[in-house]
Design a protein around this ligand. Structure first.
Ligand SMILES: [Cu+2]
Length: 147
């Protein structure tokens, strides 16, 4: 977790590291995916992610969607493997992180703990929700450097 945000001595670095890890917890945000739109078919999540960036390490994304019922489409949440599979909505090596029931109630919470790109998408309809429904977005959470 030692992110270098400038040239610092070891002792300073240690103090800053301790401070920032506290700060990171204090400032970590919980972001509802899509805002009041929640997680549904036909909303531009790439645009949403762009408007809500930057996002930071330890921020939590909350996906809210109704469990399967007679009136709404079921949804889920997958992590796609890389940028290529994100572009193509290719779910072959994707990992399901939330199934069709996990978005109910308070929603499904995903904390971005790693410094890496995250490619989220809905896997329903064999890529149809991802492609036509625009239910996909990418986030690269940044380390916080407020000192
Ligand atoms: Cu969907």
């Amino acid at each position: 977790m030692a992110f270098k945000c400038g040239l610092i001595s070891y002792a300073q670095g240690l103090i800053i590291l301790l401070t920032t890890s506290m700060f990171a917890v204090g400032f970590a945000k919980t972001i509802v995916v899509g805002g009041t739109e929640n997680w549904h078919f036909g909303f531009n999540y790439t645009n949403w992610a762009f408007q809500n960036s930057p996002m930071y390490l330890n921020d939590a994304l909350v996906f809210k969607y109704d469990p399967p019922n007679g009136t709404t489409f079921p949804h889920n949440v997958y992590l796609l493997r890389d940028f290529r599979s994100f572009l193509d909505c290719d779910f072959r090596k994707a990992k399901m992180v939330a199934n069709v029931t996990h978005g109910g109630g308070k929603g499904f919470k995903f904390v971005m703990k790693k410094w890496r790109p995250y490619y989220f998408a809905c896997g329903e309809g064999a890529g149809f929700h991802c492609k036509t429904g625009m239910m996909k977005f990418a986030v690269f959470p940044l380390p916080r450097c407020h000192f």
